[in-house]
Ligand binder design. Structure first.
Ligand code: SAM
Length: 297
């Protein structure tokens, strides 16, 4: 049945030169969604078909393909697996983020978590290693960097490092550059903006850049939370895994959180997104504040 939305899609498709008769079939959608679930962890229920179709149209245009059937065949071909999977992942993931998103987490880190770990002698050489495990465009990792850098100025021996990882190469490239629009940084307190952001010399550009001294201290790396081996040797005092497991079903959430749990030091902290929880996932983590958990020492 046609509705207003499919008409819009058809017009868009016409504009793109795509044969609009060929919408993503249920069979093609189920092949793609099975692949997404298996490889990335994200569940795509049937209601997401229109969304996926709309997002993939740009790829069809770039590749000069006329219908989704051609795209699906290509994606699963040897050449597609080599060249298109990364682009496909960029299209499928939702990357919404913000500086100082859920700010109570950063307050808790500075005022409660670090002092508790220091008091209990858990931080080796007073070093805090934080991991932003679904870093998106880098806002979260840079926010952690700013608050830790501020804290370090008040504590002589304190040191820190931040690792930001994500599955999408597109967002990671952006994170490494550290360039944002002026309106994106409005939420950053003015004092920190002055200290950690540089305005573009060209006012027409409406862009700011994270200062080199902060960028250099934060490492960004591609990593799939579904991987069996994360390729990370050290443990972390704080892991931020926020607003990503919400896209996964419960067994996948349990698998990933169990994996992340092993990367926390005893007494370390896990920060989840505002609508995520450990409910029903049997890990030795104590709830210490809303969406903040501490690993038993
Ligand atoms: C909505 S953003 C959340 C960003 C940030 N943590 C925040 O709370 O603002 C979710 C991010 O998770 C990433 N992601 C999705 N599936 C992933 C996976 N299997 N492994 C690693 N990152 C993944 C997406 O690419 C996206 O950038």
């Amino acid at each position: 049945m046609k509705n207003e939305h499919s008409d819009t899609l058809q017009r868009d498709a016409d504009g793109l030169g795509i044969d609009a008769i060929h919408e993503l079939s249920d069979h093609e959608f189920s092949r793609l969604s099975e692949f997404v679930k298996e490889q990335i962890g994200i569940s795509l229920p049937a209601v997401k078909k229109t969304m996926l179709q709309a997002r993939l149209q740009k790829r069809l245009r770039v590749l000069g393909m006329k219908n989704f059937r051609e795209y699906v065949v290509y994606l699963f071909s040897t050449q597609g697996i080599e060249n298109e999977i990364g682009e496909f992942i960029n299209v499928v993931t939702t990357n919404k983020t913000d500086f100082f998103r859920e700010p109570h987490h950063f307050d808790y880190l500075i005022k409660e978590a670090i002092p508790a770990m220091e008091r209990e002698g858990l931080m080796r050489q007073h070093q805090l290693r934080a991991w932003s495990a679904a870093a998106s465009y880098g806002h979260e990792a840079y926010t952690i960097g700013m608050v830790l850098s501020e804290y370090a100025e008040t504590q002589a021996r304190f040191g820190w490092s931040v690792l930001g990882t994500d599955i999408s190469t597109r967002v990671l490239e952006h994170a490494v550059r550290g360039v944002y629009r002026e309106e994106d940084v409005n939420v950053i307190p003015t004092r920190l903006k002055k200290k950690y952001l540089l305005k573009s010399k060209d006012p027409a550009k409406n862009a700011v850049k994270i200062v080199a001294s902060l960028r250099e201290r934060i490492e960004f790396r591609r990593m799939n939370l579904m991987d069996r081996d994360y390729g990370i040797d050290n443990k972390f005092e704080a892991i931020f895994c926020r607003n990503v497991i919400i896209y996964f079903d419960k067994p996948t959430q349990a698998e990933i959180l169990t994996h992340l749990y092993h990367y926390l030091i005893p007494g370390g902290y896990l920060f989840l997104g505002h609508s995520e929880s450990l409910n029903g996932i049997p890990l030795k983590l104590e709830s210490v504040a809303p969406t903040i958990y501490r690993k038993h020492g």
